[in-house]
Ligand binder design. Structure first.
Ligand code: ATP
Ligand code: MG
Length: 303
């Protein structure tokens, strides 16, 4: 089954209001059928395309995942990426920058973590934190940035830098898709409570998430700004309704699948020389097999 992704996609700059995007999603779809049929079918298709991508070794796919706390980034990565070959997949989680990372520009650590050709890279948080948490908490003030560069238009400049960076990537064979898991404030509350109330989820609970929750509106605003300023045809954003985990995961699988289909990777074609070499190798192996059979036959006769 294929879903019309247009409804969730932002591929041009412009004003974005998150109120226009649902957090529920999945109406008209059967959960059971989606989980038991459509999802496994998508995973199989992704695995086939991944093998081509890997063998072709020319393009890379970068999936950027951003979300409020408890929106389900980890579970989405786990469910959507099962079935892919770990050899060609790389998940990188970005935490608060280390002192070494702070000694560099903000894209330095991002560059180092980019997927190689043939690989699918998943960013669990990304350079977008530098226009999100950095903006909400004004982290550029008091940072090591030269003071004269910390101007009121710094966020606008960063959006431009990010657009340029992502265009550079796409012009060099790295396809970028960006996914915002969009949950409602109330669903976040429920999930944080679950993490407190269910002992096997206690390890996920982070008291800091309660502090950050107080900045909900500021974060939503920061998201609206960045969605409106860094959505481009070559690196679109998708606003994925995330209140229902099964639907969010399915939609993300559709987005990744579409991106892989657009790359359209092909198994490498052999040159004539390589084909001739294969013929030679086949002849050697077959002759070896014949010799083996003869030896075994002689040995059996002797016994
Ligand atoms: P979980 O959903 O399991 O809590 P997480 O992605 O929130 O996973 P954490 O270790 O809880 O992982 O949080 C990472 C923290 O790092 C986030 O609070 C995020 O805002 C912060 N962070 C990431 N990048 C930056 C950055 N460039 N500057 C400042 N803080 C950052
Ligand atoms: Mg967290």
């Amino acid at each position: 089954m294929s879903i019309d992704l247009k409804k969730y996609e932002i591929s041009d700059e412009g004003r974005v209001s998150l109120k226009d995007f649902e957090t529920e999603g999945g109406s008209g779809l059967s959960k059971k059928k989606t989980v038991n049929e459509h999802m496994p079918a998508n995973i199989k298709k992704m695995a086939d395309l991944q093998e081509r991508l890997y063998s072709e070794n020319r393009h890379a796919l970068l999936v950027v995942l951003q979300a409020m706390d408890a929106a389900g980034k980890d579970g989405t990565i786990k469910h959507v990426m099962t079935g892919l070959n770990p050899q060609g997949t790389q998940v990188v989680s970005f935490k608060a920058p280390s002192s070494e990372e702070l000694d560099h520009d903000y894209l330095w650590r991002i560059n180092k973590a980019l997927p190689r050709r043939g690989e699918i890279g998943i960013f669990n948080r990304s350079h977008y934190e530098d226009v999100l948490v950095a903006r909400v908490h004004d982290l550029v003030k008091g940072s090591q940035l030269p003071e004269e560069l910390v101007t009121p238009d710094i966020w606008k400049k960063r959006y431009r830098q990010i657009r340029d960076f992502e265009r550079y990537l796409s012009e060099n064979g790295v396809k970028v898709v960006k996914i915002f898991l969009h949950i409602s404030r109330d669903e976040q509350r429920r999930r944080l409570l679950d993490r407190i109330n269910q002992p096997e989820k206690n390890w996920k609970f982070n008291a800091g998430d309660i502090d950050e929750r107080r900045y909900w509106d500021q974060y939503q605003k920061a998201y609206e700004h960045l969605l409106g300023s860094t959505s481009t045809p070559e690196a679109p954003w998708y606003v994925v309704p995330a209140d229902k985990k099964w639907f969010a995961r399915y939609l993300v699988s559709e987005i990744v699948l579409k991106a892989l289909e657009e790359i359209d990777p092909q198994f490498p074609e052999l040159s004539e020389k390589e084909r001739a070499q294969l013929d030679e190798c086949r002849a050697i192996l077959e002759a070896d097999g014949e010799a083996n059979k003869e030896e075994q036959g002689e040995a059996a006769e002797k016994e």
